[in-house]
Design a protein around this ligand. Structure first.
Ligand code: ADP
Ligand code: MG
Length: 692
């Protein structure tokens, strides 16, 4: 493994081991002494001995090569110390010292120095400004936190050090264990991508959890996480969720795209499960650490109280799960257990009359039912049975099956014995049935992620040369926002458009309409008018015979609304019926081209019914984008109305993805609206802008 010594060293040096108790350099030394079985070398030129260990003036003085160095010296000395580490053959380093990028310009310079030294010498550095690293599999507590973590199969990283300490406190209290626990600090050298790769290789890290504030290398992140999530679930809480899109954006896509949207798209795309908050992250983490994803989304609910059973049932739908329909044979078997008052369909309510034996039998029947993918074992406290016994029954059931079982045993704190039974069986338990269902949904989601199609995006044959030339010319035109003059490039990419030729006079317009021979749409052509309809520059449903007159009338309107605009003429376009959808693109600084699909037209920003993925978008992903919007049923056709050709939309999404990849110079793009019908989809309006 690449960071063998970081998580599994045989010797550790503490550079800056302080003589003063309570200081970071001293705390980390005592933590190491308390936890670690290997050799420990304190380094402090001012001390001869600390905690009974001989002190060295520098790591270069230590008589043997040290696997891991933990540095806690003033930031200005860190570069020197780092060089000494490298000179003495130590490759893995944790820098606890603060005073780097987080404090301003001077610190940022020091951090650059640190990076250069690490790069030139191939050092693996965690931090700076890290709280340290814990590896329970090596009994290593190289942090200055108060406590050591409990052992477990979850590995956790956090960009916030303060949050690390809080998590450690809490995890120890609830009995949650970790394999590796890393405070990332400023991520100057090693970042989340390195650790994800490492933990994927590490068999003891079965689930990866992360609390992140940002991801620098978005493209690499997607690439790595997409691979890793095949085998190892990744759950991330991303702080800073509410950041809004840039309001000055010229396109609808630009307005609807904040950085959070990019994170969301990137996580979806790479199979990362996003947790909305810290509680969720740990709920998801602990169920993923102990149970395998179910084969179906169908849940069997067993309860002795009706109300909570109903609550759980309600929660299922909200989390994309379904109530299993029990097999006839299961129901027949259950007859023997159920009292006359009990419900005879899922959720099975045994009522307060049931005892442990009844629960055991019912649970077993439910597990054996092929229609049941997973089981929610619920109960309200009842005089007739005890939780220690009930949890034993649940634990037994777990041994017999691969199907997930989640507990919602309500009441106050469970007896330690009951808690222990569940813990040993790997059955998470929640007071709130909705929370139990939510945890279960993460397991189902991970099953979907593992099964999903990972085919890469297909490449269309397009008229590349023609398109390149056109793009070059558009770029040279120095028009700030390209409008309908950009339509032909789309055709080169095989994206169907509704041609809109320009007329310079009413007569020319009338001739164009005559050629089209049906109702037309008139659209002003001016590089100063970006949103044409806002200015009165769009007229739909015009009879060819009225075109000349409408031309004049639009010119007069524009004279009022936009007197300053230089108008090149008016474009004439066939009027096309259909549902209006939008496909857009916005280049994100971290993740690159973000593709958007949604219900379009002029209400797109009001409806905000859109979905995002990062290009390149595979066929499957493009389809998911189309299917995942709320308005999808409208596209499928409702109340006898014919649906639209979904494939043609999927196709456009993919072609735009290819366009985005080929032309990194495009900053944002809107195809809005695209008129979609059962006959196909055609672009009626385009708008794009080159990136600075
Ligand atoms: P802009 O976005 O600059 O206001 P559009 O070309 O998108 O101008 O036109 C505005 C609206 O007019 C569209 O959202 C759509 O409702 C309608 N429209 C535009 N072109 C057509 C067309 N060819 N067929 C039918 N409706 C159209
Ligand atoms: Mg438009």
């Amino acid at each position: 493994m690449r960071f063998r010594s970081l998580f599994n060293p045989t010797s550790v040096a503490v550079i800056g081991a302080s003589r003063n108790k309570g200081e970071v350099g001293r705390e980390v030394l005592t933590n190491l002494i308390d936890s670690f079985d290997g050799e420990i070398f304190p380094v402090n030129p001012k001390a001869d001995q600390l905690e009974g260990l001989k002190c060295y003036d520098s790591i270069t003085q230590v008589p043997k090569r040290v696997d891991l160095a933990v540095i806690s010296v003033p930031s200005t000395i860190v570069p020197k110390v780092l060089t000494e580490c490298s000179d003495s053959g130590t490759k893995d380093v944790i820098v606890l010292s603060g005073g780097f990028k987080e404090v301003g310009e001077e610190g940022a310079k020091l951090e650059e120095q640190l990076k250069t030294i690490a790069r030139n010498n191939g050092l693996n550095v965690i931090g700076p400004n890290s709280m340290g690293v814990i590896s329970t599999s090596s009994d290593l507590n190289a942090t200055f936190a108060q406590e050591m973590a409990l052992p477990g199969n979850i590995s956790f990283m956090s960009q916030s050090g303060a949050f690390c300490t809080a998590v450690l406190d809490w995890a120890n209290e609830v009995g949650m264990g970790f394999n590796h626990f890393v405070s990332l600090g400023n991520k100057a050298v090693l970042d989340e991508i390195d650790l994800i790769e490492e933990w994927d290789r590490d068999k003891k890290s079965e689930v990866i959890l992360a609390y992140l504030e940002g991801i620098q290398n978005g493209t690499k992140f997607i690439e790595t996480a997409s691979e890793v999530t095949k085998n190892t679930p990744i759950v991330i809480v991303k702080a800073g969720k509410t950041e809004a899109g840039a309001s000055a954006a010229a396109s609808h896509t630009g307005t609807l795209t904040g950085s959070d949207v990019a994170y969301d798209a990137a996580f979806k795309q790479s199979g990362v499960i996003r947790a909305g908050n810290v509680e969720e992250m740990f709920d998801f983490g602990s169920i993923l650490a102990h149970q395998k994803p179910p084969k179906s989304r169908k849940v069997g609910i067993l309860t002795n109280a009706g109300g909570p059973g109903v609550m759980a049932t309600d929660a299922l739908e909200g989390y994309g799960l379904e109530l299993a329909e029990l097999q006839r044979s299961t129901l027949d078997n259950l007859e023997g257990v159920l009292s006359s008052l009990a419900s005879r369909k899922n959720p099975i309510d045994l009522t307060g009359k049931a005892n442990e034996e009844d629960y055991r039998e019912a649970l077993n029947y439910m597990i054996e039912d092929e229609n049941v993918g997973s089981v929610l074992a619920m109960s309200a406290p009842a005089a007739i049975f005890s939780y220690p016994e009930l949890t034993e029954i649940i634990a037994e059931a777990r041994k017999k099956t691969d199907k997930p079982i989640v507990g919602a045993l309500m009441g106050g704190q469970l007896e330690p014995e009951a808690q222990n039974n569940l813990k040993e069986a790997g059955v998470p338990n929640y007071f709130d049935p909705a929370r139990a269902v939510r945890a279960l949904s993460a397991l189902v989601e991970y099953g979907d992620i593992q099964r999903r199609d990972r085919s890469s995006s297909n490449h269309f044959t397009i008229k590349k040369e023609e398109a390149d030339q056109k793009m070059e010319r558009l770029r040279e035109s120095e028009i700030e926002v390209i409008g309908l003059e950009g339509m032909e490039v789309l055709e080169d990419y095989g994206i169907p458009t509704i041609p809109a030729e320009i007329a310079k006079t009413p007569e020319e317009a009338a001739d164009l309409a005559e050629d089209i021979g049906s109702l037309v749409v008139l659209k002003v052509d001016s590089s100063q008018i970006v949103h044409k309809s806002d200015a009165g520059g769009v007229k739909v449903g015009v009879e060819p015979a009225d075109v000349a007159w409408e031309y004049q009338s639009m010119m007069e309107t524009l004279e009022q609304t936009r007197p300053e605009a230089k108008i090149n003429g008016i474009r004439v376009q066939e009027m096309v019926k259909g549902e209006e959808v939008i496909v857009g693109l916005k280049r994100d600084p971290q993740f690159g081209p973000l593709i958007m699909f949604g219900l379009g037209g002029i209400y797109v920003e009001v409806l905000k019914d859109v979905s995002f993925r990062v290009a390149p978008v595979s066929r499957k992903q493009a389809r998911e984008m189309v299917e995942s919007i709320d308005g999808y049923p409208i596209l499928k056709g409702v109340r006898g109305k014919e649906g639209v050709d979904i494939d043609s939309l999927v196709d456009i999404v993919q072609r735009v993805s290819q366009f985005a990849a080929d032309h990194p110079e495009i900053g944002e793009l809107d195809l809005n609206p695209i008129m979609a019908s059962s006959e196909g989809a055609r672009v009626a309006d385009v708008r794009f802008r080159f990136a600075e």
